[in-house]
Design a protein around this ligand. Structure first.
Ligand code: FES
Length: 107
């Protein structure tokens, strides 16, 4: 059963290590990434011009925007490389059995 505020967004088998996928939660587009068996969720919308980050490239724990190449940490949402000048929101993730649960937007 989900803890309060945490909602199931996927099962662990849906995203293999080194892969990512887009998910929707409460009308928000989010990016779910598996980095060496650890799962992270950040906004899927690039802070530069709104590019879909989950359609970009995942390299280690960094995602490169498909539009103009900004790079973000999927762990923290922080911007690593321009042209974006600010990060994107990150969500807290918990694993319960084979379920991936995501916490509320609060940062
Ligand atoms: S929209 Fe992502 S780098 Fe421009």
């Amino acid at each position: 059963m989900a803890e309060s505020g945490f909602e199931k967004v996927a099962e662990t088998s849906e995203v293999a290590p080194g892969e990512m996928k887009s998910i929707q939660l409460d009308g928000e587009e989010l990016l779910l990434a598996n980095v060496d068996g650890n799962y992270y969720v950040i906004s899927d919308t690039c802070s530069h011009r709104g590019g879909p980050l989950s359609s970009g490239e995942l390299n280690g724990d960094q995602v490169e925007c498909p539009l103009h190449g900004a790079v973000f940490s999927v762990v923290t949402g922080d911007v690593v490389s321009p042209p974006a000048s600010s990060g994107v929101p990150a969500r807290e993730v918990r694993i319960s059995g084979n379920e991936i649960l995501v916490g509320p937007a609060n940062r």
